[in-house]
Design a protein. Structure first.
Length: 367
């Protein structure tokens, strides 16, 4: 399949404006994160790349690559992928939009009558292709469509999903380690962009001053404060979030930075300590995850993490959102999007939010 693809075509990539990694081949694979951490700490491997699932108790998809290429800026997709067309069609929803509305309304009721403060409910869109697609084509499109040149692909074979790939364009940094510095950029609280410049500006300002969204955002910031404070000599967290944007969404985001006490703590360990955040699960985490597992089908690697960690411990992990899992035969894919529900959420607004978030991946799939 795709024998004519360029020899430089990656098996993993993470494109970021601040620096990118792409790799080829597999010297070894891990589906257990502890084994991968042990190999990194013992310097038995130069780098581990791949994806962590939403449910950390299920197999991970981690690879020790044969070849590693680092770039100081974002990745530039190969011309081969810019000349390719892609045909697709939507064949189903999980759940149907009306059922998602019902689930959101039920979750609001649960929050009002229980100790649950927030839960993130997601929905999926199933897509079919008349001919097998190369996920790298989707990644190339996502990078080209992203204002910040964000994009990723990860081979899910190590997790028992032969030749399946997770592909997406996430704006949310779960955790990054560079030397003794650890950073994160959590996003929570969102609003769809508007076609009119004036209306779009108002939508952004409304989000920035929304009591509901600021409350929702505070959960993820406090979660990361609890996780990172014991690990850091110093931790800087602004009092208020800033407004950031993608082509489809406004988000509230808070840049977090700290100095690690233990310089041997790897980026992969930090990612596992932070995951799952209230931005993609909820709070309290156990109650939110229990509701998600009851209401939704298996998320797989959606709302997990994608990234890399090298033998020095440096690395970067993005929250696996704005993404799809492409089946191993390249003939189908499942795209996901979710939204945070709190007590004063509006069910119809939450449905609109997931629709807007899905546009990122669906546009790259020619939908």
């Amino acid at each position: 399949m795709h024998e004519d693809r360029p020899s430089t075509a990656p098996d993993f990539l993470l494109s970021r404006a601040t620096g990118s990694v792409r790799t080829q081949g597999a010297r070894h694979t891990f589906n257990d994160t502890d084994a991968a951490i042990s190999a990194l700490r013992s310097k038995d491997v130069d780098m581990v790349v791949g994806a962590i699932p939403f449910d950390s108790d299920t197999p991970a998809a981690l690879t020790v690559p044969e070849a590693i290429i680092r770039e100081e800026g974002p990745l530039e997709p190969h011309a081969y992928y810019r000349n390719k067309s892609l045909n697709s069609r939507v064949v189903g929803f999980d759940p149907e939009p009306e059922e998602h509305l019902r689930r959101v309304e039920a979750a609001i009721g649960t929050i009002e009558t229980s100790k649950l403060d927030k839960v993130v409910l997601a929905r999926a869109v199933d897509i079919e292709f008349p001919e097998a697609i190369d996920p790298r084509l989707v990644a190339a499109r996502l990078i080209d469509l992203s204002a910040n040149r964000d994009g990723f692909i990860a081979d899910l074979s190590p997790a028992g999903r032969p030749s399946a790939m997770l592909v997406g364009s996430s704006p949310e940094v779960l955790v990054k380690r560079q030397g003794s510095t650890v950073s994160a950029f959590p996003l929570a609280g969102s609003s769809p962009r508007r076609a009119s410049a004036a209306e779009d500006h108002i939508a952004g300002q409304d989000l920035l001053h929304s009591a509901k969204d600021l409350h929702e955002h505070s959960f993820v910031v406090e979660h990361l404060r609890r996780v990172l404070s014991p690990l850091c000599e110093r931790l800087d967290i602004p009092d208020t979030p800033q407004l950031i944007s993608t082509n489809e969404m406004w988000h509230l985001g808070t840049p977090i930075s700290g100095t690690l006490k233990d310089k041997d703590l790897t980026a992969l360990e930090l990612a596992l300590a932070a995951h799952p955040t209230p931005a993609i699960c909820g709070t309290p985490a156990e109650a939110a995850q229990a509701l998600i597992e009851t209401a939704e089908t298996d998320r797989g690697f959606y709302a997990g993490a994608v990234g890399w960690c090298d033998s020095s411990g440096d690395g970067e992990y993005m929250v696996a959102i704005r993404c799809a899992e492409v089946a191993g035969d390249g003939l189908s894919a499942r795209a996901w999007a979710g939204g945070g529900i709190v007590g004063d959420s509006d069910a119809h607004a939450e449905l609109e939010e997931t629709t807007a978030k899905l546009r990122t991946i669906l546009k790259a799939l020619s939908l």
